[in-house]
Design a protein around this ligand. Structure first.
Ligand code: ZN
Length: 140
């Protein structure tokens, strides 16, 4: 698959939203962080890619944020502390702050993933426990 240089493009900006595009989500080629691009205040979202045989060159833990990794394509190994397990397209891995984590790509195809960082223990309401149906009129 052809890989393309990443470019975060601002698409639409409004009072309560910001829409950016990273282009082809199946072909990005570099680590990208989106918090600053979107103005997010509750979590950091990044796209990561490891080519065949590559690994994140360090282990790390976090002070406040848990992470959730969502594998979009490829396959590899994920290590948390002393536990190693295989991951592949469709894997979703949550790692607590204290977990020492790293990952590597073991497939010929690049391992592409999304990582979401959010403050551990901060989620108090979600889905319709937090949502409110409003009377906004449809404009499309
Ligand atoms: Zn991290």
């Amino acid at each position: 698959m052809e890989t393309k240089k990443n470019e975060i493009k601002e698409m639409n900006v409004g009072t309560d939203f910001k829409h950016v595009s990273i282009g082809d989500v199946c072909a990005f080629s570099e680590k990208m962080f989106l918090k600053d691009a979107t103005g997010a205040t509750s979590c950091e979202l990044s796209f990561g890619v490891l080519n065949s045989g590559e690994a994140v060159p360090f282990f790390h833990a976090h002070k406040q944020n848990e992470e959730q990794y969502i594998v979009l394509s490829g396959a590899g190994d994920f290590q948390v502390n002393d536990t190693v397990f295989p991951i592949a397209n469709g894997s979703v891995i949550r790692v607590a702050t204290a977990g020492n984590r790293s990952l590597r790509c073991t497939s010929d195809e690049p391992l592409r993933y999304i990582c979401i960082q959010a403050k551990e223990g901060s989620l108090e309401q979600y889905t319709m426990g937090d949502g409110v149906i409003t009377d906004q009129e449809v404009r499309w």
